[in-house]
Structure formats: C-alpha cells, structure tokens
Design a protein around this ligand. Structure first.
Ligand code: HEC
Length: 711
C-alpha cells in the first residue's frame, strides 16, 4: 500500500450550519437567502448588524455577504482593531463565527472561546476536557474545524466524540451527548449544522480504524437523539436499519462490515430549506483500498457520495456517487453549495460540490441527476465523467492494479475542506484549489489477510510510507469557476499548496486568507489583486466578515496546523511552537498594532555525527513513523507546523527523554499523544529514521523539505 504524498500527506477529514441574525430576529427565522439590514452601498452606520453564525454563513453555504461598507475605494483603510493570542500549543485550523459582535471559535483540544471583536477581550472559554475522555483518539489531532450558533446556543463537537451546547452569552453548558460508541475509532472534528430545531453531526475515523459512518440528529434544545442514518451497510445478518441499507449492501462484497466500510461524514452537511432535505457529503472507504474492503469489487454505496435525506425523518431520497468503488481517499466530504442557476434556458435548483477528485459537479438537487461535471484541476485518474451514466471514465492503471501509480490529485485532493464561496451576482464559485499528486501502491501488502491495527493510526491499506516531499510537486490557485459553462473565468496562483477558504461580497470583492500570512481582496470578476494585508501568521482557517454597531469587521485566525500543515510541509517555514497563533480582528481605520511575531527561520537540524545509523532500523522506523507520527510531525519527518520538527529536536537524541514523551506522555497536556504500544526497539527505530532524515537534509544543505531532493 502506498501512497507517497508529495509534500505530502495523507488523508484528512472534517463538519456543521447557518443562519443569519438580524436585530429582533431569531436565527431560526432567518434562513437563506440572507438579507442585509440595509441597502447595499450604504455607509458605515447602515450595516448595523450582520452575523456570521455558521461555517457556510447561511443554509445554502454560499458564503456570499451582502455587506458593502468596505468597498474597493476604502480597502486600504482596513487595519487591525484587536487581537487575541492563542496558546502556542493549540491546534487552531478552525472556522470562527460571529454573533452580536462576539467572535466564537474552538481551538486546541476543542476549547470554545468567546472574544469581543471590538476589544479583543476574552469573555469566556469552555473546556470540554478532551484529554480526560479521548484516550487514543488524542492521536488524531485535527481539532475542531468549526462551530455553529443558533437561537442563543453554540454547538460543537469534540475529538472524543461528544456534541455540546452552551449558552452563547455565558458559556454555561446546556447539554452534552456522546455521539459515538465506547472505544470505537470515531471522533468529531467537523462543525454541526442546525435546522428546524435539530442539530446534526457526523464523525471521522475511516482513516484510522474499522469505522461504519453515520450522522445523527438531536433535539437542539435538549440533546435528545432523533434520527440516525448510516452511510454504509452493516452486517446483513444483523438486519438492515432501513431500505437504503439493503440497497447499498448489494454493492459490497466479502465481509466488509468487519473492516467498518467507512463513508464518514466528517465535514459536509447542507440543509435545503426549499425542499426540507439534508444533503450529506460522505467520505472514503475504511480502509481506502477496495481490494481489501470489498474483494471482488462493487460500487460500495454510499462511499464518496452526495446523499439526500428527508430532514424530518432521515429517510433516504437519492444519492450521487462521485467515485464508485473508491480506493484513493477521494472523499466527497467537501462543502455543498445550493443555488438556483439558469442552465439551458431553465432555472434549476442545483447543488455544487468540488470533492477531492478534481472534478466540479453540478447536480439537480430535486432529483440527484448529474447536470454537468468537468475537471477544474490537473486530473490523471479519469478521462472525464460520462454525463449519461454519471460515472467517471477511469484511466487504466488507476486502481494500482499494475503496481505503483503516481496520480493527480493525491489524497489531499484538488479541493479540500477550506470552503469555496458562490456569488449569485457574478455567477462564479471562488475555490481554493490544490495541485498535489500522490503515489498509490499495494504490492507490498497481503490484501487477503490485511486488517486494521487495533491502535489509532493510519489504516489506509495503501502504502503511504515512501512519502518523500519533493519541491517539484505542490502548487495552488484561487479559481473562479463558472458552474454553468464549467470553465474557469479566471485563475490566480496562490502560495504553497493549501490556503484558506474564501468569501465573496455583494460589491464583488473576493477575500481569501493565504498560508503566507496575506489576507487578500480580489476583484470578483477579473481576479485582479486589489489589496492585501500581512498578518504575520499562516491563514489557513476560513476568514469571515460581520457587522456590529454599524462597523464591518473581518475575523481571521492564524496558524498552520493539522492535516493542512502536512500538505504545506516543506513549502513553508512555519514552526510548531514559534508561529503566531491568534485571532485578528480588522476593520476600517483600525489603529491597533500587530503584535510582534516570534517566527524564526525554521528548524535548525541536528546531524549528531556520533550517532551510528543502522539501515534496518531506519527502514523499520520509517514505517512506524508513517503510520503513527507523520500526520502531526510531517511527511519524511519534515514538519509543516502542527508539531515540532523532530529532525531539530534534542529530545530525539536522548533515549530516556524520547521514551518519557512518546510512551509516558510527558507532553500530553500540550497535545503530544501517548504511544505505549511502542517497545524499545520501535523507539530506537524511530530515532534512527529521524536522524537519517535530518542528515539527508543537512547533506543537501537544506532546512526544509521544499528544497530537499534525493541525494
Ligand atoms: C496528534 C498529533 C501528534 C502525533 C500523532 C504525534 N505527535 Fe509528537 N508531538 C505533538 C505535539 C503537538 C508536540 C509538541 C508539544 C509541545 O509543544 O510541547 C509533540 C512533541 C513531540 C516530541 C518532543 C519534541 C521536542 O523537541 O520537544 C517528540 C519527541 C515527539 N512528539 C515524538 C512523536 C513520535 C515519535 C510520534 C509517533 C510515534 C508522535 N510524536 C506523534 C503532536 C503529535
């Protein structure tokens, strides 16, 4: 099995919902399309209050903002008004929200924060004490990608699988439920969504264990469980929960339920108020490799699919599978935008998604019928999507049936969870796009006997251990995609591999945070760069804008961590403990001073010439590192900032120091998990591998992966 990811990486995951608050309205009254409290174009005092209550802004997830106080003539007056420093140990790639002038976000181990925008004052925090509950799930480290406000409460999920509701005003707990099974491999990293008095949440876990995906709804006021929908069928001998499971089971072979099947809804769920439906974007298989998961083939419903459910009952309505028989981690868990588009002279209710696989899909959301799909990025696995059958035309060799294959995109995808935006005014979708291939191979795996590890670790069934970052691979762009003509209207290069999400305003400004720290505004029609602001810290989190007391604000969270840090490893110099991690609030004529950043020049690698390298240990260490450490410490031990670069760590030189951290949990409180299954030989092997990687980089006179080449 193998995937070499360039610069890297491996899988990923992510979830949640929206409304808009106007003075005197509750969130439940105000669903998409959102309305500003004033006419576009009015000055400051007009846009009195405009909230951003959920990751997609409104139910339609368009991230289209009818605020025009900031316009192309005054962009250069935008300045900092307040900031709030986050723990340097925090995982913080997370989508903030803003309600009534307060910015809320979850950072670190799902710790909820409420910060007053105008002053940067911390109003309260709520710490769900994930370390106490998470056990081995501490190893996932994705943190929570977003939260949701509705009707006075904030909802979010935790790494150990809980869903909580607290009062927005005080942070007082209203209810908490465990949404996963005891000791399973499910965890929650994505934002919940709230609709019709219900809150819905999915989970991740298909990359790290035998997991069967589901979504569950709860009563938004009480936390009482309402309905649950499984995204893949269980063991037929136990009976099926519903007709959809019986239908899906016909597309699986072997004893798939023993491996879980996957299909987790780790990020995308969209509520459609027009049709009273919930759409799910489902994830990859558990494991990724279909030969293992479903020997003999099959489409394996509902992996990598968009599934429409009745919002009241959770009953199945239709599905569209973007990757039948998925075997690459090409999940369809990316955000789904709802809109009405004029196509061939007809107004169609559509759903738009750019899943990992590199195509942009437009579906009729009443029927699930494919309207169109075209590649928006470099795609080598398929020639196209057959518009009659809706199925991809796969290129031979793509299923690594002939041995190793290098494919575009790789498991990070051509678009990941950092959300795109849609402007009904320009008719364009503004998407952070990624160009990063991956190697896939399973020749070294015994597919007949392969089983997931009993520990939380990468369990893809595809070899990813030869991952070696290369400067030749990895780039990105901001694409303005026309969903009707299925062509790019414009495309502008962006730095590195992964950048932040976007939003677009009614006065035709597209905003995006970049991983180089620039917050940029572009002309929505031409892509022309109009303005940029250097925040001094990587902007991977999706930016938002909102209004309070007549002022328009921007909230940005900086810090490069999580799976996206893996993708940028070797391209950026952000280091785990030094990079600025903070909330920044900008507004017109903001006069605050940007706090000094301590970011140095990247890690100083340690050669340790007296340490004698043993080739067999290096090889064994490479495997262990790939399964257990890479997703935080980076591919080939080159950190992207989620955790320290171990090639520069003096701890790795000390046998006992290394053991006290890796096995005994000396840094657990700061997010370094415990690996007590590792014995002395394993630890030794990892130390050899790390030293080997450090020396290789030093030999090539490079500090970061961006410049590393094979000797
Ligand atoms: C969930 C993410 C995560 C995973 C997985 C992980 N680590 Fe860490 N690790 C961290 C974080 C975060 C820190 C830094 C904590 C701090 O700042 O003190 C850290 C710190 C360390 C340190 C201390 C470095 C120093 O110089 O202080 C060592 C050694 C280490 N990890 C080894 C490992 C090894 C070996 C593995 C795999 C077996 C591993 N880690 C897997 C997140 C992770």
């Amino acid at each position: 099995m193998s995937i070499r990811l360039y610069p890297a990486t491996i899988m990923l995951m992510v979830a949640y919902l929206p409304f808009l608050l106007l003075p005197g309205c509750s969130s439940e009254d105000a669903v998409a399309p959102i309305q500003a409290s004033s006419e576009p174009g009015d000055s400051d005092s007009a846009n009195t209050r405009f909230d951003w209550p959920a990751i997609g802004l409104a139910h339609n997830e368009q991230r289209y903002v009818p605020l025009e106080t900031v316009n192309r003539d005054n962009l250069d007056r935008i300045g900092l008004i307040s900031s709030f420093d986050l723990s340097r140990y925090a995982h913080i790639v997370t989508a903030p929200i803003a309600v009534n002038g307060v910015v809320y976000f979850s950072s670190g181990l799902s710790v909820l924060h409420a910060v007053e925008a105008a002053t940067g004052k911390l109003l309260w925090t709520y710490d769900p004490e994930v370390i106490k509950h998470a056990g081995e799930k501490m190893r996932i480290g994705w943190g929570s990608r977003g939260i949701t406000f509705s009707d006075g409460l904030i909802y979010w999920g935790t790494g150990d699988g809980r869903l909580l509701a607290v009062k927005a005003g005080s942070g007082e707990l209203v209810w908490s439920v465990m949404t996963v099974e005891p000791d399973d491999r499910r965890y929650v990293s994505g934002p919940p969504r709230v609709f019709n008095g219900k809150v819905i949440i999915g989970h991740g876990g298909a990359d790290v264990g035998a997991v069967r995906g589901y979504v569950t709804t709860y009563d938004a006021k009480t936390g009482e469980q309402l309905w649950r929908f499984y995204t893949v069928p269980g063991n037929p001998a136990d009976g099926f929960e519903d007709k959809a499971q019986a239908m899906a089971a016909k597309t699986w072979k072997g004893d798939w339920w023993e491996l879980g099947g996957g299909g987790t809804v780790w990020n995308a769920m969209t509520y459609d108020p027009d049709l009273n439906r919930i759409y799910l974007g489902t994830g990859n298989g558990a494991p990724w490799n279909r030969k293992i998961r479903s020997p003999g083939g099959g489409d394996n419903l509902f992996l990598c699919s968009i599934v429409a459910l009745d919002a009241d009952t959770g009953e199945y309505i239709w599905h569209y599978q973007v990757n039948p028989g998925e075997t690459w981690d090409y999940n369809a868990a990316m955000e789904m935008i709802l809109a009405d588009l004029e196509i061939d002279g007809q107004s169609r209710k559509v759903l738009m998604q750019a899943p990992k696989n590199g195509f942009f899909y437009v579906l009729d959301r009443q029927t699930g019928e494919l309207i169109s799909a075209e590649a928006h990025a470099k795609v080598t696995w398929a020639e196209g999507i057959d518009e009659q059958t809706g199925r991809p035309i796969e290129v031979p060799g793509t299923r690594y049936e002939n041995g190793e294959v290098l494919m575009w995109p790789g498991p990070i995808g051509a678009h990941n969870w950092l959300p795109m935006a849609f402007s009904p005014r320009t008719g364009l979708v503004y998407m952070p796009a990624i160009e990063l291939p991956g190697y896939y191979n399973d020749t070294a795996i015994d597919v007949a006997t392969w089983r997931q590890s009993e520990h939380v670790q990468l369990n893809s069934g595809v070899d990813s251990l030869d991952a070696e970052p290369s400067p030749d691979f990895g780039s990105s762009s901001l694409v303005a995609w026309d969903p009707v003509s299925q062509k790019a209207a414009w495309r502008e290069p962006t730095p590195f591999v992964v950048n932040g999400g976007t939003f677009v305003t009614s006065n035709n400004l597209v905003f995006q945070g970049q991983a180089d720290g620039q917050f940029v505004a572009r002309d929505a029609e031409s892509g022309k760069l109009l303005w940029s602001y250097d925040t001094g810290g990587a902007l991977i989190s999706p930016p938002i804008t909102f209004a309070h007391d007549g002022r328009q604000y921007f909230a940005l969270i900086s810090g490069q961590t999580g799976a996206m840090a893996m993708a940028n490893a070797g391209h950026t110099d952000w280091t785990a403990r030094e990079q600025p991690k903070r909330l920044l609030i900008l507004t017109l004529d903001g006069q605050a001073t940007l706090p000094e950043a301590e970011q140095g020049e990247g890690p100083t690698l340690i050669a340790a010439p007296d340490f004698e390298l043993d080739d067999a240990k290096v090889a064994a260490g490479k495997k262990l590192f790939g399964y257990k450490c890479t997703h935080c410490h980076g591919p080939a031990a080159i950190s992207g900032g989620a955790a320290p670069d171990l090639r520069a760590s003096s701890v790795v030189q000390s046998d006992s120091g290394f053991r006290s951290i890796v096995v005994d949990g000396a840094l657990l409180q700061r997010g370094m998990p415990v690996f007590d299954e590792l014995d002395d030989d394993d630890l030794d092997a990892i130390r050899h591998y790390v030293r080997f990687q450090a020396r290789k980089a030093i030999r090539n006179d490079t500090k970061t992966a961006g410049a590393i080449r094979e000797p």
